[in-house]
Design a protein around this ligand. Structure first.
Ligand SMILES: Nc1ncnc2c1ncn2[C@@H]1O[C@H](COP(=O)(O)OP(=O)(O)OP(=O)(O)O)[C@@H](O)[C@H]1O
Ligand code: SF4
Ligand SMILES: [Mg+2]
Length: 322
């Protein structure tokens, strides 16, 4: 299977000051995953689980503390910015905050023309023409009206369309989209997601789709990875994971969608309390303080990542067979 992006045993530590004291936050803990050519891989989990950090590492906006990052077969872990620059047109991020995606003092037209001039030897007129076409393609008709506006002069939905146009303008092969639509009304959100998926299909792009909304991932992804406190707890083909979730955390995420879990006859699992502190994660299994199945062993020993059939893996002692 052709792989577009691969993380191998990746760890990312940040230093943060908490109440004046320096603390290490392990945002990503030995995560391996791959996004295959033409697929939509969904990464789901609660806030602070490490989703955005993984997305940024996979396009080498962050360099991991440990582990390797591949783009196709190319190991890009240590590539300097000068060499990464030409790869940037093939790997794009649609970030969590749309106002961070387009410089607030730039017009939408300037934001679209700039990458074309940097990455391709185009004349200014050619770049402007392509930028207009890109705006039309994301439904910003008439493009001339939007070309001269700044991000704050657009509605939420229009801005998201402009952000997609900016990500698409270099025709990337791999896109990371990070909770792009979480702050939009449901109907606008649906149309923006449909637009993104249609464009990805048209240009045969691969997508790492990051969200806390597992219901959305069920509808649009080929495979999913379930992340909790920096670790990948479960991974597999979406349909198989949804119909037969293995990890108690995945079961809890699906239990939060009563209609679906009733229809599929899924066991309901409810977790206690809140997600743990990434600067001081629990010993053993990270979920043990909240898990209704926790055993003594879970409080002391970290479970291994267990490969089960059908290309699935799960990190839980319940599935360990010595
Ligand atoms: N630049 C940074 N410096 C310090 N800590 C960071 C930094 N970026 C992320 N973190 C911390 O790393 C952990 C994982 O953050 P991340 O943003 O990847 O999570 P997330 O799953 O995307 O969360 P959310 O759903 O809220 O967007 C969090 O505890 C966060 O506070
Ligand atoms: S390893 Fe133990 S605590 Fe962790 S999810 Fe499995 S049963 Fe629950
Ligand atoms: Mg995030």
């Amino acid at each position: 299977m052709d792989v577009v992006s691969k993380l191998v045993d990746v760890t990312m530590d940040f230093e943060a000051r908490i109440f004046g004291r320096k603390r290490r936050i392990r945002a990503v803990d030995r995560v391996s995953l791959e996004v295959r050519r033409g697929e939509i891989y969904g990464l789901v989990g609660e806030s602070g689980g490490g989703k955005s950090t993984i997305g940024r590492i996979s396009i080498r906006l962050y360099k991991p503390t440990k582990g390797r990052v591949f783009y196709g077969k190319l190991d890009i872990t240590e590539l300097p910015e000068s060499k990464l620059r030409y790869l940037r047109r093939e790997m794009q991020l649609i970030p969590q905050d749309p106002y961070g995606a387009i410089n607030p003092i730039q017009t939408i037209g300037e934001a679209l023309v700039e990458p074309l001039l940097i990455h391709y030897k185009l004349s200014k007129d050619e770049a402007v023409e392509q930028a207009h076409r890109a705006l039309e393609e994301v439904g910003l008709h008439t493009s001339t009206e939007f070309f001269t506006r700044r991000p704050r002069e657009l509605s939420g939905g229009q801005l998201q369309r402009a952000v997609i146009a900016k990500a698409m303008i270099l025709k990337p092969k791999y896109i990371v989209t990070d909770e792009q639509t979480s702050n939009l009304d449901a109907s606008i959100r649906t149309s923006i997601i449909k637009l993104l998926l249609d464009l990805c299909e048209k240009y045969e792009q691969s997508l790492l789709f990051i969200t806390h909304d597992i219901a959305l991932l069920i509808l649009i992804t080929n495979r999913i990875g379930v992340l909790y406190l920096a670790q990948l707890f479960e991974e597999g083909p979406t349909e198989k994971v949804v119909k037969n979730p293995l990890h108690p955390y995945t079961k809890a995420l699906l239990s939060a969608i009563p209609l679906l879990s009733d229809e599929l006859g899924l066991e309901k699992v409810y977790l206690k309390g809140e997600i743990g502190d990434p600067s001081n994660p629990p010993r053993g299994c990270g979920l043990h303080p909240r898990c209704p199945y926790a055993m003594d062993k879970c409080k002391i020993e970290e479970p291994p990542l267990i490969m089960v059939n059908e290309g699935r893996s799960v990190k839980c002692w319940l599935y360990y067979k010595p």
